[in-house]
Each structure stands twice: as structure tokens, then as C-alpha cells.
Design a protein around this ligand. Structure first.
Ligand SMILES: NC(=O)c1ccc[n+]([C@@H]2O[C@H](COP(=O)([O-])OP(=O)(O)OC[C@H]3O[C@@H](n4cnc5c(N)ncnc54)[C@H](O)[C@@H]3O)[C@@H](O)[C@H]2O)c1
Ligand SMILES: CC(C)=CCC/C(C)=C/C=C/C(C)=C/C=C/C(C)=C/C=C/C=C(C)/C=C/C=C(C)/C=C/C=C(\C)CCC=C(C)C
Length: 589
């Protein structure tokens, strides 16, 4: 019998540029049952996209599949974002039996993709860290390997091209020396400060990269790391409560350069450098040169599909159209979940990949635990965003156009304002197979609050999207691509309401952001919660927003859960001590 993937992919019409792991049977999954044309942004599955895992759900029949009161599993994971899938696959690789329940039709959440008229569009970011073949921070490579998967990737020669006020243009080259030379050429008087700031980032990054990355909530592992790498662990402990903006100000005086560091951090955290944890900034500002930014051939959604397929091959399950509405508690312990159709599933542990606001505001019906009150005191929901996904004629791009751009035209004060700055990715610069010949994809997003988009009639809503899209086109025409308007052949606009609906994220939020100035990462909760048996994973857990960050959160979560269900070593006495200490530390933030 051929392997499962081969059997499921047998009827495929294979396109050469698409990796084996992302090839699907030609089933009109989204056309038959997917939400279409909501708010003009029709997030649907690839028409030909039916992961091995989907077949499991369909065999079982109906929403979420399965019968009454199924289980017990070792773990149920609510949601199949990258955080949830990494937790699930890591557990499955350790021998656990896992059930992933996904509300939508395909895996990936913010990291999914969909297809329209020959274009493959990433839903969220196209800037992918964690795909290299060296070091310990290549977490996407490691997560795929754990379930026997590998994706072909295309190296991006640059990370991002900044287009900033005062016509400041900085290209972040893949080669560190080239980037530093470029930055120093713009700020020669700050050469020493630039070197000192980025050197500090490297000290932190090298410490991170030297550790075996597992759960910081598991004492046996943590003490072993401290014993084996004391200097690196102490370096990380020292920088844990610090922010990038404070460190930058120790070395740099030029206000424009400090604004540039703000923009560097804004990409990482949607806040300025003074609010961005130094560990997170270091991770991103160095890994782009160490592991590099690499684009997975065929689209970002291929990562989730590969993980979901690998999960099923390991004997676990994923079910779609499975909308979890309740976490079931028994004597204060999480023992299972209930779907909107009343079906129940039981497990030794429950892991929520929904945001903490959804997990504790909607899925757990009890009063908000003290710890979550503390989280909400320290973090608010970051605004949502507007995304514009356009198919354009290739002729509109000047030769040599970079893949990723960040645009803030006239005024540094607009950096964090709604619609202030523009993120633009052109993934077809790296992978032309994503668009019909002679075309490119422009994927743009800009921050926007949901309040701006509520209470409108259908007509007003559509008109507003048109007005905002035209304004973005005007700005891009002025800055980068004259004639853009006339080159657009396909236009989709997603509003904060679209993201709330299709990504199931509270108010469509991009993730948590600190309410004020945080103490670095100190206040960010890990994976355990104050409810026994209930864990969280994803961007409202340490270390926060970002695909690579949620992948780390998945790895940490799986390790802690595996220890709790007896698949990894554990010491109950040390556990109680460390978990108590970490809870106390968070209250200091
Ligand atoms: N929001 C974006 O579009 C966007 C853009 C760029 C990057 N990213 C990155 O992606 C990361 C998010 O990853 P993540 O793993 O935290 O989560 P995610 O939001 O990507 O995925 C969560 C998944 O859980 C599902 N879900 C939520 N509630 C559910 C319920 N009650 N029942 C069943 N399924 C449910 C959702 O449908 C979704 O598939 C962020 O850190 C962000 O930086 C996001
Ligand atoms: C226990 C305790 C407490 C302590 C002790 C000490 C120690 C040992 C410590 C340790 C630590 C650690 C390990 C840590 C780790 C960390 C990590 C890994 C982190 C990571 C992070 C990451 C991140 C943040 C990322 C992010 C990213 C992002 C967000 C991205 C984005 C992108 C976008 C938005 C796109 C853009 C676009 C354009 C430009 C176009």
C-alpha cells in the first residue's frame, strides 16, 4: 500500500513548482461549502485543496465529524494556526494521540492561503523566519521535520526595503555587513552607536541560538540549560525584562536613527522600540541575517498543510468546520470541549490556539482567573488591519524590485497611527508560480481598528473599502509604482471585520500589545493557565506575535503537556516551585 499522502494525492494534477506536501486532490471544497465573497474578501480554500486531514473529517461526517462524546485523546487542540499545529505535531511526534479542531475549512489560520483566478494569495505575512538549515532557531524546519516533512524554500536576498520620511531609504540586505554598511552610510556620525546596538542584539541572538529550545516552564530542562550554558542563560535572564528602545538610547543619540529603530521594531511588534522586548527584537534583527528570510515554494499556506498532513500520518486527527464553543471543566479541570452543534470530545489536556481573549472570554465560561486579569492589565488587543491583495500586470514593477517593503512617507509620528504605514510584500518576486505568467501579487496591509468598520450598511462598507483602497493605490503610485491603478487585474480587500470572521480573532486583532511600557517579556504568560489541564498556545503567549514566535510557543507547549501526561520527564515538586516563581515574576511586571 503506498503511503497515505501518496494515496490521497494520487488524483492530482501536479504542477512542477508546487512541493509534494502542498499538493491536494482536485476537490471543490470551498466552492461547495466555503464562505464566499464576504465583504469582497473571499477567503476560501484552494479549490483543489483537500489535505489528508480533511478526508478524516469528511469520513466522520458533518461539522467537526465524529459522534457523541469521543475520546479520550491525550490532547485536544482548539484551532490550527501555526501555534496550534506545531503543538499538535510535536505531541504526535512524541507518541501522543491528538485531535485538532478547526473552525474553518483549511488549516493555518493567519498563515493560510487561498487561490483566485490562478493567483495564490497568502492570508497573512509572507516574511518567513525559521526556515534555515542551521542553528537552533530554525523552528519551522524543525517542526516540519518532526513529522517527516520538508519544504523547498527560496532565499530572499533582502528582508525589507524601508521607504521612510525625508526620503530615507534603507535596504536590509541578507548579508549583515552589507546592511550595516548601508545604515552607516546614512548615519556616518552614529557608526559606533549602530555597531554597539546591533552587537548587543547579536549577543542575545547567539545565546538564544545556542540553547536547545523547549519549555521554560519545565524545571528539569531549564536547570539543565542553566548548568550547560550558564553564561547564555544569564544573558537571556538579564535582557528578559528589557526593551529595545532603552538599549538603543544607550548607544544612539540621532533622533532620526532612533525613529528608524522604531520602524525596525514596529514590524516585529506593531509598537515602537521602547515597547518592544529586546529578546524579540534581537531574534528578528539577527536571524534575518543568520538563517535569512526564505519563502516556501507554493505559498505560506503550504506550511500548515504539510504539518496537518504529517499529523495525520502520525496517527492523530484534524477536523474542520469544528467550531469549539466551550471548554468542558470537571472539578475545575479541563477535560474536553463542546462544539457549536453540541458534540463533545474528551482528552487528558486541552490546548487553546484561540487568542487569550477568546479562550477566557468565550470558551471558558467561568469567572476570569486572576492571572488573566493580570494579562489583560498588561496587554491590550493590538488593532486589526486592512489587507489588500491585488493581482497586477508585471510591467508595473521596475526591474529589480525587492520582495518586501515598508512605507511611511512624510511624518514619523504616523508610524503607529491607523493607516499610517504600509507593509507591502510581492511574493511573486521570489516565486513566480503564485501568479499567472506576466503577473505579480501585491499583498499590502496597514493597521486599522474594528470600530472604524462597524455600524455601516452593506453599501457604505463596500464604498469605504473602495475609498481606502484607492488612497493606498495613490500612495503607492506616488512612492513606488506609477501607473499602479491601471495595472490591477484582480482586487480583494479584507477589513478588520473580515479578519474577525475568518481568522476567528477577537475584534480581528493582530495579537497582544503592551498597554504601556512593558518590562520586556516578563509579563507574557507561557502555556500553562490557572485552570488545570488547560493550556494556551499562539501569539497571546510568550514570546508573542510572529509566525516563528508562535512556532516556539507550540514547541514549549508540547513539551510542558508531554511532561504532564507522562511522555517526558517531570518533577512535581520542582514544577510547583518553578510555576509558582514564574507566576510571581509576572506580577512584578
Ligand atoms: N492576523 C494575521 O493575518 C497575520 C498576519 C501576519 C502574520 N500573522 C501571524 O500569525 C500568528 C498567529 O498564529 P497563531 O498560531 O497564534 O493563531 P492563528 O490566529 O493564526 O490561528 C488560530 C486558529 O484557531 C482557529 N480557531 C479560533 N477559535 C476557534 C474555535 N473556537 N474553534 C475552532 N477553531 C478556532 C482559527 O480559525 C485559526 O485557524 C500571529 O502571531 C501573527 O504574527 C498574522
Ligand atoms: C525562566 C525564565 C523566566 C528565564 C530564564 C532565562 C532564559 C533561559 C530565557 C530564555 C528565553 C528564550 C529561550 C526566549 C526565546 C525567545 C524567542 C524564540 C523569541 C522569538 C521571537 C520572534 C518574534 C518576535 C518574531 C516576530 C516576527 C514578526 C512579527 C514578523 C512579522 C512580519 C511582518 C509583519 C511582515 C512585515 C512585512 C513587510 C515589511 C512587508
Amino acid at each position: 500500500m503506498p503511503p497515505l499522502a501518496a494515496r490521497l494525492y494520487a488524483p492530482l494534477n501536479l504542477a512542477p513548482a508546487v512541493p509534494a506536501a502542498s499538493l491536494r486532490p482536485a476537490t471543490r471544497l470551498c466552492a461547495a461549502s466555503g464562505p464566499r465573497n464576504v465583504g469582497g474578501f473571499r477567503r476560501g480554500a484552494l479549490a483543489s485543496e483537500k489535505a489528508a486531514a480533511v478526508a478524516v473529517a469528511e469520513k466522520a461526517g458533518g461539522e467537526g465529524g465524529g459522534g457523541e462524546g469521543e475520546g479520550p485523546y491525550d490532547a485536544i487542540v482548539i484551532g490550527s494556526g501555526i501555534g496550534g499545529l506545531v503543538a499538535a505535531t510535536q505531541l504526535a511526534a512524541k507518541g501522543a494521540r491528538v485531535l485538532v479542531l478547526e473552525k474553518y475549512l483549511i488549516p493555518g489560520g493567519s498563515s493560510g492561503y487561498y487561490r483566485r483566478d490562478g493567483f495564490t494569495f497568502d492570508v497573512g505575512s509572507s516574511v518567513m523566519f525559521g526556515f534555515s538549515d542551521k542553528g537552533n532557531l530554525n523552528l519551522i524546519t524543525q517542526a516540519l521535520e518532526a513529522v517527516g516533512r520538508k519544504m523547498r524554500v527560496l532565499p530572499d536576498p533582502s528582508t525589507v526595503h524601508f521607504h521612510l520620511p525625508g526620503d530615507l531609504s534603507v535596504l536590509v540586505h541578507r548579508k549583515y555587513e552589507d546592511f550595516i554598511n548601508e545604515l552607516v552610510s546614512k548615519f556616518p556620525h552614529e557608526k559606533e552607536g549602530i555597531l554597539k546596538f546591533y552587537d548587543t542584539c547579536w549577543t542575545i541572538f547567539n545565546s538564544l541560538n545556542s540553547l536547545e529550545l523547549k519549555s521554560l516552564e519545565e524545571p528539569l530542562y531549564l536547570f539543565r540549560q542553566f548548568f550547560q550554558k550558564p553564561r547564555e542563560c544569564l544573558t537571556l535572564a538579564y535582557y528578559l525584562p528589557q526593551n529595545a528602545g532603552d538599549i538603543a538610547r544607550k548607544f544612539i543619540k540621532d533622533q532620526e536613527l532612533l525613529f528608524f529603530i522604531d520602524a525596525e521594531c514596529f514590524i516585529v511588534s506593531t509598537v515602537n522600540a521602547l515597547q518592544t522586548p529586546m529578546i524579540n527584537a534581537s531574534m528578528v534583527l539577527c536571524d534575518r541575517h543568520f538563517g535569512g528570510i526564505n519563502y516556501p515554494v507554493g505559498g505560506v499556506g503550504g506550511i500548515a498543510i504539510s504539518l496537518a498532513d504529517g499529523l495525520v500520518e502520525k496517527g492523530s486527527e484534524i477536523r474542520y468546520k469544528a467550531n469549539v464553543t466551550n471548554v468542558i471543566l470537571e472539578n475545575g479541570k479541563a477535560v474536553g470541549v463542546r462544539l457549536s452543534n453540541g458534540k463533545e470530545f474528551f482528552a487528558k489536556t486541552v490546548i487553546s490556539n484561540a487568542t487569550r481573549w477568546d479562550t477566557f472570554g468565550k470558551l471558558v465560561k467561568e469567572e476570569l482567573p486572576e492571572e488573566e486579569k493580570n494579562f489583560q492589565k498588561n496587554y491590550v488587543k493590538a488593532p486589526s488591519f486592512l489587507s489588500f491583495i491585488w493581482g497586477v500586470k508585471a510591467s508595473v514593477l521596475p526591474a529589480g524590485t525587492d520582495c518586501h517593503h515598508f512605507i511611511l512617507e512624510d511624518n514619523w509620528n504616523n508610524l503607529e497611527k491607523p493607516y499610517g504605514s504600509i507593509f507591502l510584500s510581492i511574493p511573486t518576486v521570489l516565486d513566480p508560480s503564485l501568479a499567472p505568467e506576466g503577473h505579480h501579487i501585491l499583498h499590502i496591509f496597514t493597521t486599522a481598528g474594528i470600530e472604524d468598520w462597524e455600524g455601516l450598511s452593506r453599501k457604505e462598507y463596500e464604498e469605504k473599502k473602495e475609498v481606502v483602497a484607492n488612497e493606498i493605490i495613490r500612495r503607492l503610485e506616488k512612492k513606488l509604482f506609477p501607473g499602479l491603478q491601471d495595472s490591477i487585474v484582480l482586487k480583494e480587500v479584507g477589513s478588520p471585520k473580515t479578519h474577525r470572521r475568518f481568522l476567528a480573532r477577537n475584534d480581528g486583532t493582530y495579537g497582544p500589545m503592551p498597554r504601556g511600557k512593558p518590562k520586556g517579556l516578563l509579563a507574557m504568560p507561557f502555556n500553562t493557565t490557572s485552570i488545570d489541564g488547560l493550556y494556551c498556545v499562539g501569539d497571546s503567549c510568550f514570546p508573542g506575535q510572529g509566525v516563528i514566535a508562535v512556532a516556539f510557543s507550540g514547541i514549549m507547549c508540547a513539551h510542558r503537556v508531554a511532561a504532564d501526561i507522562g511522555l517526558e520527564q517531570k518533577s512535581p515538586v520542582l514544577d510547583a516551585g518553578l510555576l509558582g516563581l514564574l507566576r510571581w515574576l509576572r506580577t512584578l511586571a
